[in-house]
Write a protein that binds this ligand. Structure first.
Ligand code: BMP
Length: 260
């Protein structure tokens, strides 16, 4: 088991982002081949993009396809390069189950995990936040996903409890929960800059915004950055490119445009 003597995840990724002048989190979603081939591909992608990324996010499908031993080995290599790691599992179960999954990922070496605030706090995510934060592990809460159908859930107007008279937007409540729960990040799709802007008003500087959806899904760095995105989670536009390093470099430079 890894110890929690290190700084909180939020600080570690910020430090890496500032020192490397990039806000890009590389999403590695490999799942179409034998395990060794896939983990070699993941290693190669990291080596090619290393200079231009501040963290790596692995999808659950990648772990299922390469297995726990290869995952742990890959994470050791990533940490050896000074990068933090996120497991994208979007936790959404009862407390015992969420906590057990989180513990297993932490023992493999992950630094942060994604969670779904639909789950709720009591008997849902409370135990996971407690466990993860005791271990120095970060939690990224979904606030508004990047795909078109996200509006059916995150964009709904709801009565937040039986006594409410006024409807509220679901994602605004999720953003408030991310602040209240002391999440280390909020996931808001780059495909909807106006939602990023509104989420930023609620999240302020205490919860950074991680935006997937750039490139392949149609989102643009410049618009999302201006609206308030702190980090961009980018997969296929980099991982399927002829030269992933060059594409990552372009994204990295665009991602810090407002900082210069
Ligand atoms: P890509 O850049 O290839 O579209 O990948 C985006 C990554 O972010 C994928 O791993 C996907 O699972 C994840 N993601 C997303 O696309 N939208 C969300 O709202 C939340 C995500 O985690």
């Amino acid at each position: 088991m890894r110890k929690s003597s290190q700084k909180p995840f939020k600080n570690r990724i910020l430090q890496s982002s500032r020192s490397k002048k990039t806000r890009i989190v590389l999403a590695i979603d490999v799942n179409d081949g034998p395990p060794k081939e896939l983990s070699d591909r993941a290693t190669d992608l990291i080596e090619q993009t290393l200079q231009w990324i501040c963290a790596v996010k692995l999808g659950r499908q990648t772990i299922l396809c390469i297995g726990p031993e290869r995952t742990a080995e890959l994470l050791r290599k990533i940490h050896g390069s000074g990068l933090t790691t996120i497991i994208d599992d979007k936790l959404n179960d009862i407390d015992e189950t969420n906590a057990a999954i989180t513990r297993a990922y932490h023992n493999l070496g992950f630094d942060a995990i994604t969670v779904n605030p639909f789950t709720g706090w009591k008997g849902g995510l409370e135990a996971t936040f407690k466990l993860a934060h005791e271990r120095g592990m970060g939690l990224l809460a979904l606030v508004y996903m990047s795909h078109p159908g996200a509006s059916e859930g995150y964009g709904q107007k709801i009565l937040s409890n039986a006594r409410s008279k006024k409807t509220r937007l679901e994602f605004e409540i999720f953003a408030e929960r991310a602040v209240k729960w002391k999440a280390d990040g909020a996931v808001v799709g780059a495909t909807r800059p106006s939602i990023v802007l509104r989420a930023k008003e609620i999240l302020g500087t205490s919860v950074p915004i991680f935006s997937p959806g750039v490139g392949t899904q149609g989102g643009e760095i410049a618009r999302s950055l201006k609206a308030g995105t702190d980090y961009f989670i980018i997969g296929r536009s980099i991982t399927t490119a002829k030269n992933p390093g060059n594409v990552a470099e372009e994204f990295a430079k665009a991602s810090v445009d407002l900082d210069t």
